[in-house]
Design a protein around this ligand. Sequence first.
Ligand code: MSP
Length: 645
Amino acid sequence: MDNKCKRAYITTPIYYVNDVPHIGHAYTTIICDTLARYSRLTGLETYFLTGTDEHGQKIEEAAKKRGKSAKQYADEISGYFKDLWDEFEISYDKFIRTTDKEHIKGVQKAFEVMYKKGDIYKDMYEGHYCVSCESFFTKNQLIDNEYCPDCGKPTNIVKEESYFFKLSKYEKKLLEWYNDKENCVLPKGKKNEVISFVEQGLKDLSVTRTSFDWGIKLPKSINDPKHVMYVWLDALLNYITALGYGDDEKLMKFWPATVHVVGKDILRFHAIYWPAFLMSLDLPLPKHIAAHGWWTRNGEKMSKSKGNVVNPRDVANAYGLENFRYFMLREVPFGQDGDFSQKALMDRINSDLSNDLGNLVNRVLGMSGKYFDMKVNSKDVEKFHKKELEEATNIINNLYTYIYDMQLNRYLEGLWKVLTIANQSIATYEPWKKMKESKEDEAMALVALIANLLVKVSIMLHPVMPKSTQKIASVFGVEINTESYKKYIENEELLGEITLEKIPPLFPKIEKMLMTSPEPTTVKETKKDKKEDTKSDGIITIDQFFQTKLKIGTILEAVEVEGSDKLLKLQVDLGEEKPRQIIAGIKAYYKPEELLQTQICVVSNLKPAKIFGHKSEGMLLAAKDKNSLSLMRPQNRVADGSSVG
Ligand code: MSP
């Protein structure tokens, strides 16, 4: 984000309506909501857009499967997204649907402009199409000549008349843009991937389809009714049709977007196609396109078929919405993948929120109550705590840089450094001793230091945890808004003479996991097992354990899976007729050559699965903590195929 302009326009991707919302969707939306709340707090005129992407073959097929019309189905699922965001109090200014009349009109207008300019022409398309990614591929890009390089699902061969967008014409201009605007694509590592993709040469893009119906028709002026628009052209244009492009353009004052936040899987569409479309429309380019990583479960992609999808509503209901928001933003650096676990969420709540923040509020209330009848006066803070105050102010004054780089985890780390200064000051200056020594002014200065730091932290934390921070600020009689932001943050003012208001303790500790699902299991549970399992708090019988057949095997071959930044393909000798092929997400931790001839422990009775287009006939066991992963191996070499138990 940019700190010089007066307006901010922040967008989420628009979500496909073929699936209900999961934590991945919630993550993008929570990031954007935080950015929007931050912009408003700092006084920028802000427009925050989200919505649903409702056309295309994928949706048409999903609706058909359920015996519904595409529109009926889209209405239903779009409603789920909107309801969830409303329940989560997401502060969007507009919820766009690509079936909205105004959007359709704007898309047709844009198509017409590009066509008249000579950037769209008619030809034949022949190639491969992945319905799941709504994406075209050449044969060379496919895995094993058939599977989608992005999602691993089989592709279809498409041969049809199509209109093409002259993407190749914009190759050079795109490269110039990446070069001129350092932060146009974030994080930088991802930007380099985009640049090398473009440097390999861009082919013109097929932007219409004739083999299905569920899409926006071409403008009447082109008069070619059998075509509907390619869903990505339709979808990307939502960022301007939401502002009234091609209709009432009052809101176009928000263009160009400050930031389009997207997942890494859809960066190519946003960082290549979208700016090229905008160049064709002679519109300015977005200031930033920022790609975040993926949330996984036990290192695996979440999917309905694996039964490991985490429902954001369940997490928020069990652990508290704001705790969940904090966790998602704090736990993983922007751009990297993160593994969702209840344990990690509980640790964050108990340690960061309950100990570091909630307790500090209790302590300041306790000290001021015990020593000063709830009064706090900041007059001597600078005299006794200049150093602590300066240190904290420096941190706070630099926080905006993390927002502009999208490093929300570092923004939060900064705030926790301020809390550490506060907590350590209590330990260092021991106000109870000062009171005994009748140094009441020093004790008061310490209490006032903590009060002031808590006010500053609660203002800056407000975009992430709006309600809890307002509760904290109310202890000190502060209402969090742009005015108080200017006063306590920009102008660095201190609190005057105040009387603290008591509030009930915040962030109670969580002692045990509050959700029973989804805790993915390798062995399919029967209903009966499930019941017993919940009753006994996760305890299983020895028979249940032995349903999982663990065996030792030697790795004979290890190679990287092309196109994947996580996977290795292993051939493992389990003492059977043929080695087993296992696809394992360990590339970040092991080089293929160091695995050769080492033994590992394998779950040998897993149903084979296709991962990234490759058959996988087992799963290896590894221990994982925040930073590392370590394969489970026998202490001494044993015969291949030896069972573990
Ligand atoms: N409809 C397109 C976007 C069009 S924008 C003009 C689309 N929709 S989606 O519903 O499939 O995905 C929406 C967003 O959710 C993407 O940014 C995607 O990266 C994100 N996520 C989906 N699953 C995710 C995780 N497991 N983790 C984090 N985010 C992921 O793509």
